[in-house]
Design a protein around this ligand. Structure first.
Ligand code: FA5
Length: 341
């Protein structure tokens, strides 16, 4: 049987000593906690009290419970009021201050260029497709006329994965096979933008990872003149009517004939010599007429269909447009560089 008078004076003294919300809550647990609350225990003691004193004890215990609960509620309310008054009388909030602008991101210069180039080709009627960055050896090389051990594979230093026959694509050209197989026998006019990877010596003009934009047009009666016209049209739309392009004979196993396309670099730019190795021309794309066996690998009959393809590097194009002297800036994540675009 609990001494209710002693309990009352202990609880009252403890409550008066609790000066913040945390200690008030601790007081509540001490006296009214479900498992070990002293007031709850006192109420349970009713059954142990001799029958003649039980009624009196029960009544007193209940009155004490009500009194303590009320005292606690009042103390909590008073504490809340104190906290509120303290915050109101502190330094006032100046609601007229201008808001803080959250930092906003922006598009990466390569993304801006990819969208710009895609926009130009879209206006020329090209659709945009994607193809995988992790590619089969057969698609990156084999079906593009480079069977295993073909010496032309040396043109693309390759990152191989630990899975035999699976690699990081070295160019977007395997997308030609994917798209031909998807669209055959319909005519094709697409671009395929995306990341490529090469195990290359990194220099001011060469990165290990860079974007390419593959272009492919297949149909009946497509000629080299269509390729030349498309690339010239593209260059003039992007660089302006004053810029020149130059076409040089080249070699790719999957096109015949093959060409390289260069754009002129303004001679007055102090970076001109370093970037163009003194020639005044910067290579932006490789291209050519799709080789008959590649057409066949894509499902098209080369006696009926012909086509052209090109692969260009948007980072190189961006360098040209903004006179950027080092391709390594693109993936260095230096905000001073990225914020300029
Ligand atoms: C190719 O990759 C061919 N697949 C292009 C092609 C497509 C030819 C279709 C014929 C038909 P090349 O290795 O030259 O070709 O690369 C094409 C373009 O990608 C280059 O002109 C250049 O702009 C860009 N490029 C190549 N290597 C790098 C590199 N390491 N860093 C940045 N850009 C690069």
């Amino acid at each position: 049987m609990t001494d209710l008078d002693a309990l009352q004076s202990r609880a009252t003294v403890d409550l008066a000593a609790a000066t913040d919300e945390l200690s008030l809550r601790a007081w509540n647990t001490k006296y009214f906690g479900k498992t070990a609350g002293e007031m709850n225990a006192a109420l349970k003691d009713v059954s142990k009290v001799p029958a003649d004193k039980r009624k009196e004890y029960g009544q007193k215990a209940n009155e004490l419970k009500v009194a303590l609960t009320r005292a606690y509620d009042q103390a909590i309310e008073a504490e809340k009021e104190r906290t509120l008054q303290a915050s109101l009388s502190g330094t006032p909030v100046d609601v007229t201050l201008p808001g803080r602008k959250p930092p906003s991101g922006r598009l990466h210069p390569s993304t801006v260029m990819l969208r710009r180039v895609a926009g130009i080709f879209a206006e020329m009627g090209f659709q945009i497709y994607r193809s995988p960055e992790v590619e089969e050896d057969e698609l990156n090389f084999g079906l593009l006329n480079m069977p295993p051990h073909h010496p032309a594979r040396d043109m693309w230093d390759t990152f191989h994965t630990t899975t035999p026959g699976v690699l990081l694509r070295t160019h977007t050209s395997p997308g030609q096979i994917h798209i031909m197989r998807q669209l055959c026998p319909k005519p094709v006019r697409v671009i395929l933008p995306g990341m490529c990877y090469r195990f290359e010596q990194v220099t001011t003009r060469h990165e290990m990872m860079f974007n390419q934009i593959e272009g492919l047009a297949i149909g009946e009666g497509i000629t080299f003149a269509d390729l030349k016209g498309t690339l010239l049209n593209f260059a003039r739309r992007l660089f302006g009517p004053d810029r020149q392009i130059r076409i040089r004979a080249s070699y790719f196993p999957f096109t015949e004939p093959s060409i390289e396309v260069d754009v002129d670099w303004p001679r007055e730019d102090p970076n001109c010599d370093r970037l163009t190795k003194g020639t005044g021309w910067l290579e932006i794309a490789g291209a050519g007429m799709v080789h008959p066996s590649v057409l066949r690998n894509g499902g098209y009959d080369p006696t009926r269909f012909s086509g052209f393809a090109f692969g260009m590097g948007p980072e190189r194009v961006t360098m040209l447009l903004h006179a950027i002297d080092d391709i390594r800036q693109f993936w260095r994540n230096d905000l001073r560089f990225l914020r300029q675009f």
